[in-house]
Ligand binder design. Structure first.
Ligand code: OAD
Length: 248
């Protein structure tokens, strides 16, 4: 473990020559765009923890409360634009031969920035899924009216998001695990590294011999395992990493 406040030579040497790079992002990369993180004080909604609301059980018990939380998050995300961190990953993708972006975020900001085909492990906040007929549809209405929203078939809609206790899309998880295992460098940005199976991707990468580089404003459970941790905002570090490794 080594903690830095600026891009060290080791990062430059490893990343600039890497043929395969996989990146895992979490809510922290969107924080500078104005999207609240989940575990920071600002991310709390009415003092609920995400583990209390993002579950099928909570939805069954209190669909209105769960939808009100998502309506609040959708309202926060709607005006947000990608920031320098998202854009640096678009630039990195253009410079690395084999590049995979994996995100836990449901805000769509990587795609909006121009990243090609990110693996969105946890879904998309702008998609709904019918609890009756299973239809998936885009709905960008903010605020939602009525809550809970209904499908044309009459059944209740739910957010098309993977909740705690639910399985991830196996195709997406497989693609993420493959990319992590194949990577020369695994870059982990703005995630508390506590939610599985996403957090396990770093282990997959490390066990396959990848160099683990973390960017976060604070130390996390991953920090002791990371080869390098760059402490500070993603919007500060990521553009510098790209400029250092591939000077324009
Ligand atoms: P968290 O809210 O758990 O963690 C956000 C991380 O970002 C923390 O480690 C912060 O220190 C860090 N951070 C904050 N601002 C930052 C910045 N400007 N630059 C870099 N890092 C910064 O979010 P996730 O780890 O993404 O799941 O949470 C994982 C999952 O838990 C989410 O996908 C969500 C949640 O329940 C679902 O919605 C299914």
């Amino acid at each position: 473990m080594a903690i830095f406040h600026d891009v060290p030579r080791a990062v430059k040497e490893r990343l600039a020559t890497a043929e395969r790079v996989a990146v895992l992002t979490g809510a922290g990369i969107s924080a500078e765009s104005g999207v609240p993180t989940f575990r920071g004080a600002e991310g709390l909604w009415k003092n609920f923890r995400p583990e209390e609301l993002a579950t099928p059980e909570a939805f069954e018990r209190e669909p209105v409360t769960v939808w009100e939380w998502y309506d609040w998050r959708r309202g926060k995300v709607a005006p947000c634009q990608p920031n320098a961190g998202h854009q640096a990953l678009v630039a990195m993708e253009k410079r690395v031969a084999d590049f995979t972006l994996i995100t836990q975020n449901v805000d769509g900001l990587h795609r909006l920035a121009g990243s090609t085909d990110p693996v969105e492990l946890h879904g998309d906040i702008w998609l709904t899924r019918c609890t009756g007929c299973g239809a998936v549809a885009e709905d960008r209405t903010v605020p939602l009216e009525p809550i809970p929203p209904k499908c044309r078939c009459g059944a209740m809609l739910r957010p098309h998001i993977v909740w705690f206790g639910e399985s991830l899309d196996m195709k997406k998880l497989g693609r993420a695990q493959q990319a992590a295992g194949d990577s020369d460098v695994f870059l982990v940005v703005g995630t508390s590294s506590v939610v599985w199976p996403a957090a396990g991707l770093s282990e997959v990468a490390a066990m396959s011999g990848a160099t683990i580089i973390e960017i976060n404003v604070e130390e996390t459970p991953l920090t002791p395992m990371a080869d390098v941790t760059l402490l500070g905002p993603a919007g500060y570090h990521l553009p510098r990493v790209v400029e250092r490794c591939w000077p324009s």
